[in-house]
Design a protein around this ligand. Structure first.
Ligand code: NAD
Length: 289
């Protein structure tokens, strides 16, 4: 019988820690602040931004939501980032991805003060993660995955971990965290050009799927007793739902789960952890300020 790793419960515990940390910061005269910038009207981004701002409110974190029209220029967006960089009430800045296609996202990320880059995407923070320098910020989703592994009592030391996906947001930082001192996993990173992905996955004690392909990881890819963390969030059509779709991960959960020692569901696994770790990073930043 596999253990279902309850991301909602772990995220709630992380948020409770955050609530206490907010009180401690306020007692020191620091009100933590997060600015969330949304350019355009992407519906999924609107939902993400809304829940980030709402969670700030629930924790007593000051938040500034800046919604800019789709036609906002690179220059105007950079000016907003500069203003937030200079604002002492703001400890974390994030520009919701993806921006409209005319915006150079990389240039925007580089413009954010690395000390306020609570997404952990600025090159300085990427380097610090690779250097195992704790003065940076760890990207929220992989940080959330590590916390889930810890809470589920999964031993990473010496484990064979396979990360599927090599994005800068999930796959690469995930691999760095798993191989870092203290985690000590032996890490394989697979991607769209990997040969024999099922064979690679079958070697794994821990599988992290961060691909964006619904139910790609099948039961015969996963060895008996493996731990599976499913980062994928995919919308698939479902006529039986009022919305017309349902969310599914990158793992074929019904067939994979019975083989696993532990597995995260979608929804209710990694998803809730991402916002919780964003709040953590904002408080870390406020604490350093
Ligand atoms: P991405 O598109 O940037 O990267 C996908 C990676 O998967 C790439 O490295 C690519 O090489 C690899 N890939 C694509 N097709 C493949 C194949 N057939 N076989 C093996 N590898 C393949 O995506 P991302 O931003 O890393 O996100 C991945 C998934 O995680 C998406 O479903 C996304 O929605 C989800 N996500 C969830 C959270 C969360 O909070 N739970 C956060 C970020 C991303």
């Amino acid at each position: 019988m596999s253990k279902i790793i309850d991301g909602k419960a772990v995220a709630a515990a992380v948020l409770e820690e955050c609530r206490q940390e907010v009180e401690q910061l306020k007692a020191r005269g620091v009100t933590p602040g997060l600015a969330v910038v949304l350019v355009g009207e992407d519906p999924a981004s609107q939902v993400y931004v809304g829940s980030k701002v709402r969670t700030c409110g629930e924790l007593g974190i000051h938040s500034e939501k800046i919604v800019l029209p789709t036609e906002t220029t690179q220059e105007d967006l950079l000016a907003v980032v500069e203003r937030l960089n200079a604002d002492p009430a703001i400890h974390g800045i994030l520009v919701q991805s993806p921006p409209p296609p005319h915006i150079d996202e990389e240039a925007i990320v580089r413009a954010i003060d690395p000390a306020k880059d609570v997404d952990g995407f600025h090159p300085e923070n990427v380097a610090k993660l690779a250097l195992e320098d704790p003065s940076g910020f760890v990207p929220c989703t992989p940080a959330g995955c590590m916390r889930l592994l810890k809470e589920a009592g999964v031993e990473t030391k010496g484990a064979n971990a396979v990360v599927i996906g090599r994005s800068m947001i999930v796959g690469k930082p995930m691999a760095l965290l798993l191989m870092a001192k203290g985690s000590d996993a032996t890490v394989t990173v697979a991607h769209s050009r990997s040969k024999d992905l099922p064979g690679i996955c079958r070697q794994a004690d821990i599988v992290i799927a961060a691909v964006g392909r619904p139910e790609m990881v099948k039961a015969d890819w996963v060895r008996e007793g493996a731990v599976v963390i499913d980062v994928g969030i995919n919308r698939v059509e479902d006529a039986s739902r009022k919305s017309g779709f349902r969310l599914t991960g990158d793992v074929a959960y019904p067939e994979v789960a019975p083989k696993c020692a532990a597995i995260t569901p979608v929804p209710g696994g990694v998803g809730p952890m991402t916002i919780a770790m964003l709040m953590k990073n904002t408080l870390i930043s406020a604490g350093r300020s």
